[in-house]
Design a protein around this ligand. Structure first.
Ligand SMILES: Cc1cc2nc3c(=O)[nH]c(=O)nc-3n(C[C@H](O)[C@H](O)[C@H](O)COP(=O)(O)O)c2cc1C
Length: 171
């Protein structure tokens, strides 16, 4: 069975998870994949960062599901949010239908946030968010955590987080 971990990563968090997964499974790995890179594999694992509620590059999978039928597929999204189930549900519902979620593995692996690692466009976007966060008088714990992360990068990535995904792929 040929397995591949394909991923897109803007600041390195998804990349690190992809490397841990590929190492654990002893499988192929491909950054910035094209459809031709994943097509010939029986198991496809795709990972990407969460950006403004979107899933970086996941269309490579969701737009080609008909061509991927019969293959085992697992998706992992990497964000800086704590990954509470009720907050992640709307995200997954935007990515896949309820029917698709029964077959495709959906995993959230918490990454981190490092302002200095962002590209110029993301820096502008995040500066705008910072101004909005600063204007909130009574910030939630998450909002305050996000604001603090501009000064001190946060990294929640942990190899143990890949376990459920590995189990899904192996079973
Ligand atoms: C412009 C921008 C938007 C973001 N939006 C979200 C978001 O909606 N939800 C979230 O959990 N994290 C969000 N993040 C944080 C990233 O998902 C997080 O840094 C992740 O670890 C990035 O992974 P990557 O470096 O592999 O792309 C955002 C970061 C940036 C720069």
């Amino acid at each position: 069975m040929k397995t591949i971990v394909a991923y897109r990563s803007r600041s390195g968090y998804t990349k690190r998870y992809a490397q841990w997964i590929a190492q654990e499974l002893g499988c192929d790995i491909k950054e910035d994949p094209e459809f031709s890179d994943i097509q010939g594999h029986d198991t496809i694992i795709y990972g990407g960062g969460m950006y403004a509620g979107g899933f970086n590059g996941v269309k490579l999978i969701t737009k080609n599901l008909d061509k991927l039928s019969g293959k085992k597929i697992a998706l992992f999204a990497v964000g800086s949010n704590p990954g509470r189930a009720h907050e992640m549900k709307p995200f997954w519902d935007r990515v896949l239908t309820a029917e698709q979620q029964k077959k495709i593995g959906c995993f959230y692996l918490r990454g981190g946030f490092d302002f200095n690692k962002l590209n110029a466009k993301d820096k502008v976007l995040m500066k705008m968010l910072k101004i909005r966060l600063q204007s909130i008088k009574e910030r939630t714990e998450d909002e305050q955590g996000m604001l603090d992360a501009y000064e001190t990068p946060v990294d929640f990535s942990d190899k143990e987080n890949i376990r459920p995904l590995i189990e899904f792929v192996r079973k």
